[in-house]
Design a protein around this ligand. Structure first.
Ligand SMILES: Cc1cc2nc3c(=O)[nH]c(=O)nc-3n(C[C@H](O)[C@H](O)[C@H](O)COP(=O)(O)OP(=O)(O)OC[C@H]3O[C@@H](n4cnc5c(N)ncnc54)[C@H](O)[C@@H]3O)c2cc1C
Length: 408
């Protein structure tokens, strides 16, 4: 006798969408959002049943705001509580201001950064994407495997109830993060660089709130401490620590954390502080962004050290670049046309990103030196920039996400 099919199995018909995105984090949601009006059928697949990690990227560069405005999501981010900051300030070990880099004096369409908790940014992107009748988020999967077919790759998914589904998309996007399974199953080679020191992230609140929300970096003869504004006057504090001190930081009481932070940065007055998370920073360099109809996006393609707060912004920019190439595909495009569009994506977006990744790697290595070796050279460099208006402007433009001299 034939078994009755479960409700889930009814929904798990095999599918042939235009685009399947594996990973509905920041990069996957951004791509789906950018494809909202494309007329393409887009499926998103994730294994996650909980919100994204709130401690990750939460500051949107002015250049990224231009994309978000074009996607129609900027008003939604503001409605969700996003706040502005004008730039970044660096302080020396005595707490004296060394350099103020601000974007509010530049001729930009959006002369400010916007910040909102990571999971809320991704949620706004995903919810906006799901308004499109052609876009669907599949139920959280239990597992999946790549199906390599002659013409194009697809995947076979299994769900917690035991149901299976075969999805054969024209384009298969791997937006499944740093440890990307799609990347390894598609046979895309990687070089992994592990930085020596993990980054500890703490959440706190200043005793006296700043009048304007600045991102502040405190140089010290020990680790560099970044104090990053969060919505509602809160702060996210990031610093590299010795791997052997991990359990000390995790297990410390609030009082102990406050004392420790005061020793590191005497001029930073906090009224509360709690440990949030530890991240082992890595750089993932991939051989190719594409393999047949498989294309990598976000951290799966270019995971980087968080030293320059760039990872999420890079995800959003490359998602836009990929969406532009996919929007141009004719309906029922042949494999050759898909391959050409993906090739155009990699050759168009990769060169600039590689330059930024190199600069980011150097900044990551500098932040990795936690016993003071980086202090004098970095201080001298910042002082050099502070003293020259042109250098200050170049730095501000770069931090805003523009190539020097080329806003817009
Ligand atoms: C401490 C820290 C601070 C940061 N600060 C900044 C910042 O200020 N500015 C900035 O721009 N960037 C920052 N970043 C980087 C930024 O957070 C990341 O670059 C960005 O979140 C990557 O998004 P993603 O979607 O590529 O990957 P992820 O966010 O990792 O999302 C991957 C998604 O894929 C899903 N997934 C994974 N494996 C599978 C699987 N096998 N099957 C199905 N689904 C799967 C996951 O559940 C997840 O939803 C920071 C990162 C860290 C760690």
């Amino acid at each position: 006798m034939q078994k009755p099919r479960s409700a889930l199995a009814e929904r798990m018909e095999n599918a042939r969408p235009d685009v399947l995105i594996v990973g509905a984090g920041m990069a996957g949601s951004a791509l789906a959002c950018a494809l909202r009006d494309s007329g393409l059928e887009v499926l998103l697949l994730d294994r996650r049943t909980t919100p994204l990690d709130t401690a990750r990227g939460d500051h949107l560069q002015p250049a990224t705001l231009e994309l978000l405005s074009a996607w129609g999501v900027l008003p939604r981010l503001l409605a969700a509580g996003a706040e502005q900051r004008p730039g970044t300030r660096w302080f020396d070990a005595q707490g004296q201001l060394v350099l103020e880099s601000r974007v509010d004096g530049l001729e930009l369409k959006f002369p400010h950064f916007l910040f909102l908790n990571h999971e809320r940014i991704a949620d706004v992107l995903l919810q906006t994407a799901l308004e499109s009748p052609g876009t669907r988020l599949l139920p959280p999967c239990r597992d999946w495997n790549l199906l390599k077919r002659e013409s194009a790759a697809g995947i076979e998914v299994s769900y917690p109830g035991g149901e299976h589904q075969i999805i054969l998309p024209r384009v298969l996007v791997g937006a499944d993060g740093t440890g990307s399974r799609l990347r390894s199953q598609a046979g895309i080679g990687t070089a992994l660089h592990r930085y020596q020191h993990p980054i500890a992230v703490l959440f706190g609140r200043r005793r006296i709130p700043l009048e304007q929300a600045w991102l502040e970096v405190y140089l010290s003869h020990g680790p560099m401490v970044s104090v990053i504004p969060r919505v509602g006057g809160a702060s996210k504090i990031g610093l590299p620590i010795k791997a052997g001190e991990l359990s000390d930081w995790r297990g410390a009481t609030e009082g102990e954390l406050l004392v420790r932070m005061r020793e590191l940065v005497p001029s930073l007055e906090l009224e509360s502080l709690r440990f949030a998370a530890i991240y082992p920073p890595v750089r993932v360099a991939v051989e190719h962004w594409i393999a047949g109809n498989v294309v990598l996006l976000g951290d799966a393609c270019h995971a980087m050290h968080p030293a320059r707060s760039m990872g999420m912004n890079a995800c959003l920019r490359t998602a836009d670049g990929l969406a532009r190439r996919l929007q141009g595909l004719p309906s029922a495009a042949a494999c050759g046309e898909v391959a050409a569009a993906l090739q155009d994506f990699e050759s168009g977006e990769r060169p600039r990103l590689e330059i930024e990744l190199e600069a980011n790697h150097r900044a990551g290595e500098e932040m990795d030196l936690i016993s003071g070796e980086a202090y004098e050279p970095l201080l001298a460099r910042l002082q050099g920039v502070a003293g020259v208006a042109q250098a200050r402007e170049a730095l501000a433009l770069q931090s805003a996400g523009y190539s020097p001299g080329k806003p817009g």
